[in-house]
Design a protein around this ligand. Sequence first.
Ligand code: CDP
Ligand code: MG
Length: 898
Amino acid sequence: QEELNAKRRNPNIVSLNEGEESDTSTDEDEAAGEPPSAPAAVPSPTEAKPKPIPVPAAAPAPAPAPATPLCTHQTVYVPVNRLAKVQEARLRLPILAEEQQVMETINENPIVIVAGATGSGKTTQLPQFLYEAGYAQHKMIGVTEPRRVAAIAMSKRVAHEMNLSEREVSYLIRFEGNVSPATRIKFMTDGVLMKEIESDFLLNKYSVIILDEAHERSIYTDILVGLLSRIVPLRHKRGSPLKLIVMSATLRVSDFTENTRLFKQPPPLINVECRQYPVTIHFQKRTPEDYVAEAYRKALKIHNQLPEGGILIFVTGQQEVNLLVRKLRRCFPYRPQQEQQQNEQQEQLEDVAEENFDMKRVIRNIRKSKKKFLAQMELPKINLDDYKLPGDDTEADMHEQAEEDHSDDDALSAGEELEGVSELSSGPKQPLWVLPLYSLLSSEKQNRIFQPVPEDCRLCVVSTNVAETSLTIPHIKYVVDSGRQKTRLYDKLTGVSAFVVTYTSKASAEQRAGRAGRISAGHCYRLYSSAVYEHQFMEFGLPDIQQKPVDDLMLQMRSMGIDRVVHFPFPTPPDQLQLQAAEQRLTVLGALKATPGDAKDLPPAMTPLGRVISRFPVAPRFGKMLALSHQQGLLPYTVCLVAALSVQEVLQETGVQRTEDVAPKANKFHEKRQRWAASGNFQLLGDPMVLLRAVGAAEYAGSRGQLPEFCATNGLRHKAISEVRKLRVQLTNEINLNVSGAQLSVDPQLKPPSDAQARFLRQILLAGMGDRVARKVPLSEITDKEERRRLKYAYNTPDMVDPAFLHASSVLKQKTPEWIIYQEAYELRNGDSEKMFLRGITAIEPEWLLLYVPLLCNMREVRDDPPPRYEASSGKLFCFVEATFGKAGWPLPLSEME
Ligand code: CDP
Ligand code: MG
């Protein structure tokens, strides 16, 4: 507590809470406006006319005027040996023409906003300008990206352009990185920098921070803008100035420039003009429900009829990307000829020829699917069966096809032109070089979009909105825009999430179209009508902070000493209700504790447990599980579980079933998983046990060099397994550093837990997931037979009105334990009906609730006779928990837990 108070008294930190600014900044601070000891250096020509500096903090009476403005950077030219080819390409980038203006503004101002069209060279060039101007000489240049993909790709690109090694231009994302002591330019995700601020509030390692892609409005970037708006003046006072550069596409920059909460004086804005070739927009007459099929059709048309130039297709998710990629590859296969044996080659060439020229078959297929599409007009329902490829046909389909053989009135008959385009290419059909792009794709595969396209091929990238602004793919001339994106919507209060496909915003549509005009005049085919665009597209997307739960963020901010999160200078403040809900969840978790008595208006204080939790680089609930596992040899298991649970989708199965199917079915790996979770107490551990086993088994397979096969046959995601391993190592190191006496090592192939350990693990899971408890709907009280059948797998939860159903993928589905906790509740919508599903199930004992989530239990005594019965309820649902204290074995005494 003392430490915390000390932190509160620290003026630097407390001044982040605007409301407290006046009573905490001391005279000493105010007086600190002396000139910093600037490194002696040759004044550069760019500093010829020093301007008065806008000092963000209220400036004291003018100190003796310094010779140069305080925040002026002394330019020292640091040479870079670029390859001639690279230099030539750079010179074509619009931002190069503005180098002098950009650098002058940065040198003379502490905070600068740089806006410019995507592809103008902001991300790749600005760090190089700064490097050449000496910013990396003593400290690092830090660049944050909201997307991991971008952090990796950009660091590699910049290293390449500068002819420096990846030890010098490096990246750091949550699970991996190549940062070294020699690193001068560091690309990282915004979450990584946020964590760094926790341990080094003033970011002393950096001379510049570039917040890239600020228009994406990711939660962490938003917070970082707020934090840095205060850190910059503090560093200034300390005499070692830090520059802040906020970079954004030309979207809604006013949220940053005209925000007086953030910057007392609006920082200078540099607009990078970008030469953009005209892009002709083609709206669809009608808006097809099945945009994936429509995208496929459009891509075929483009490839068949239009002159050369890459195609970029935007769809909403990984599933759709893979589907389209597979279809397009089958249609226009590419075979690397030299790698084949002579006769094999001949054979395959024939194959290619056959497949390529059998266009009738392809066309038939499209027509066939089109019929089916029209039959199902509900958005966004996608049925994989509708995407049968030539060769994939079942017998029934073949018949259908045979019937259609006679009809020639194909919608896509040879000469049909694409709207607005008259030039037609001729000659034999080229293969398509089809590449997928989405954020869960392995980085090697992601990198292929930047590599040269094989000769005689046309590039076709199928992407989620990753390619909208963060990555610029070379050679694109045609964009096919589905106009949709997949968003995870959260219920602000319950945290229940639902994936929904929605229209993107007008701003996104413009960005997507713009991708076509980079090399020459381009075309954008929008798979929706202009009426839909006008009336149903929002102007801009909402910032993430207004859409997602902010628990992590709240805890991290609190652990930095920002007590009044409400007063924090967010570019766009989050919803009050959401902040309250997060505070409440953290209180239930035991990370915050309401202040008793008269100090009611104080926000709940951070508990020691909360502080421990905030040190782990995982969500607060997982942090709590780790914090409680320091006994019984449980840590290695919890580490493994937490790692597996925080990595997205270790087990393949969820995508399609989450969004498109109202009654999810178990997939073909289900039985195997059932066996993994099968015996004794393990079974009650449920789905997390499957994860434990999966990770252990995959590691074992990996040690014998069989990981890819193992993953394929067991439905695991290869990349996820390596992420889990990295996170396990990272968490283990964290624990060894933070927990006294802990000397963990990672045993990748972790043996299954003992029965007793499995029981403890269930309790630990409960401790972290205390707000996700559910109880089976009491079937015995239901008389109607139909209703009983309907509710067979139904559970009541504390904050949802309607019961939720066990997901088919759960290994506990048949057992339907009375009390459970779930990892995730999500809603599936189909037209008007919605149904809630619970995933990641573990069975718990009700008496544990009293110990692990006492705040959710209402201890009203309802009966005097022994055994005593208590009503444990959170509002309405949890009734009559048998209070059997003392029976259960606890991993930790209650006192320690608090
Ligand atoms: O950040 P901004 O959108 O302004 O542009 P950028 O990402 O710096 O990209 C500048 C140029 O570099 C684009 O034309 C990209 O296609 C190109 N680039 C590339 O060729 N290879 C990479 N790995 C990354 C970028
Ligand atoms: Mg960029």
